[in-house]
Every structure is written in C-alpha cells, then in structure tokens.
Design a protein around this ligand. Structure first.
Ligand code: YXS
Length: 265
C-alpha cells in the first residue's frame, strides 16, 4: 500500500486565509479509511499557517452522509485495540485538536461513529437541517477508547453522552442545537455563506493569541488525572470486549449487511 496520501480523497482549497478541506469519497459515504484520514492529515499538516488562519472541514456538496465513521472494514478483527493511539482516526483527531488555527466542522448530512468524534474535535460546528449525529460502538460491540470518551465528556452533558452511546440513536439537527452540540443551526441554503463568514471573521484576529488560547483550552480540557492501576483495569476491561465474540459478530453483521445478534460473550 502506497504511503503517499491519496489527495483526491480530501481536497484543499484556500481563499481569503481560509482553507477548506473537503471529504470526497461519496461511494463509500466518506468512511474514515486509513487512505482518507492520511489525506486529511496531510492536508492539515501541509497548510502554510502564515497564509491560513482558519479551516473549514466539510463533505463534498450534496452528500446525504457527511461521513459514515470509521471504516469498519479496516477495524482490527479482535486481539488488537480497535481505537489505539496510532489508529489513523486517532491521529486525525490529534491533528485537528493540535492545529494552531480554529477548525470549523460544516455539517450537511448524517455523521456516524468516529466521525462524530472527528466533528466534536473541531473547534466549532455549523450544521443545517439535514444534519444528525450518532455514536455507534454498541452496534458493533466495540469498546470505545478512553481518550475518545474524554472528548465527549469535555463537550456534552453526561446524560446526553450516555443516551447517545447506549442507544446509538442519531441526534437530529434541532436536538443537536438544543443540546449545544452545534454552535449554529442554519438553513442549508445559508450553510456555506454562514460558515465562511464565521471563518473569515477569525482570520483578522491576532493569530498568536488565537493559537495559544486554543492550545490552553485543549490541554486544560484534556487533563483528567487517572491512577495507573485504574487505567490498566479499564484497558483490561476493554481488551475483554474487543476480544469478545460479540465484537466479531458486530463486524460480521455489518459486512454481511444483516442485524447483529449479541450474546454478551
Ligand atoms: O457495499 P459497498 O461496497 O457499495 O459499500 C457500501 C458500504 O459498505 C460502505 N460503507 C462503509 N464502509 C466501511 N465503513 C463504514 N463505516 C461504512 N459505511 C458505509 O459504503 C457503501 C454505501 O453504503 P450503504 O449502501 O450502506 O449507503 P446508504 O446510503 O444506504 O447508508 C449510509 C449509512 C451511513 C446509513 C450506512 O452506510 C451505514 O449505516 N454505515 C455504517 C455507519 C456506522 O455504523 N458507522 C460507525 C463505524 S464504526 C466507528 O465509527 C467507531 C469505531 S464506533 O463504532 O465506535 O462508533
């Protein structure tokens, strides 16, 4: 497999100091494959931040699915943490959270699984009435990772987090606005112009101050002391889940396009 990112999977356009990165794999519903995520990371790291002061992350126009989440076909088949530190999705989340300029997720369409973590890792979210957000590890029998859960805890009320994780039910646009998941909910006809205006408004602010405030907010929000023994206990619990028959069943059911039947083993 070539190490060169397939840059057509993510396009980059720069205008008025705003870089727009577009997820561009409609046939696979922008599933977050290693190839697409490597292209996203390359796009972000390739930005010349002397010229770019804000980023918009979007799906190609007109898609009903913003992203179908982690590429299920690339999830390890057990005996390996499915969301380990070096997983391409985790690398992409860190690239967004550590980029020293604001990143706005512009959402038209449905967001699934790890793509919701991706959207929440952006600094702001602007969505339209077609948007919905779902986090779906319980559909696969997958033990979400601790860092990922921390992203949710830092952003959403615990009762909403639990309902979304335990039901895997999509949160529709109006509810997403009511729960402050999105910064702005605008009509789809205005989504691009509204998001661009928000981005361009930030490009005239002092970039060093923006960068240091973003990094301070990241390290403060991510700081969650946990005893080594507690972390090891959690990791052992997660290992039992990703080595379970249910995790195999969850992936097989998706691949066989049928509903999973979980036995709790
Ligand atoms: O059959 P072909 O080859 O044409 O491919 C189909 C799907 O297999 C593919 N595809 C995906 N491939 C890998 N990973 C995915 N997540 C994925 N989603 C879709 O795209 C082609 C078109 O899919 P199709 O026919 O289902 O499209 P649709 O328009 O009828 O339905 C769109 C969706 C998004 C509602 C549907 O594709 C869907 O439910 N996808 C899975 C959404 C999901 O459960 N994502 C979570 C992935 S796991 C993850 O993100 C985290 C690890 S976690 O589990 O913790 O949330």
């Amino acid at each position: 497999m070539s190490d060169m990112p397939q840059l057509d999977l993510v396009t980059v356009e720069i205008a008025n100091r705003v870089a727009t990165l577009t997820l561009n794999n409609a046939a696979k519903r922008n599933a977050l494959s290693r190839a697409l995520l490597d292209a996203l990371i390359a796009g972000l790291k390739g930005l010349d931040l002397r010229d770019v002061r804000a980023v918009i992350l979007r799906a190609a126009p007109g898609l009903s699915v913003w992203s179908a989440g982690h590429d299920i076909k690339e999830l390890p088949r057990g005996h390996e943490d499915p969301l380990g530190y070096s997983d391409p999705l985790e690398r992409a989340l860190r690239a967004i959270r550590e980029l020293p300029v604001p990143v706005i997720a512009m959402v038209h369409g449905t967001v699934w699984g790890g793509a919701f973590d991706l959207v929440l890792s952006c600094d702001m979210i602007v969505a339209d009435e077609t948007a919905s957000f779902a986090i779906t590890p319980v559909n696969l029998g997958l033990p979400y990772n601790t860092t990922g859960l921390l992203h949710f805890i830092g952003r959403l009320p615990m009762n909403l987090i639990k309902e979304m994780f335990f039901t895997a039910t999509p949160l529709k646009a109006e509810a997403a606005e009511r729960w402050h998941v999105v910064n702005h909910l605008v009509p789809s006809a205005e989504l691009e112009s509204f998001t661009r205006a928000l981005a361009e408004g930030m490009t005239t602010k002092a970039p060093m101050a923006v960068a240091v405030i973003k990094e301070q907010l990241r390290v403060l929000a991510d700081y969650q002391p946990i005893a080594a023994q507690v972390f090891e206990r959690i990791q052992d619990m997660r290992r039992q889940v990703y080595e379970s028959a249910d995790f195999q069943e969850g992936i097989n059911a998706f691949l066989e396009k049928r509903k999973a039947v979980f036995q709790g083993i």
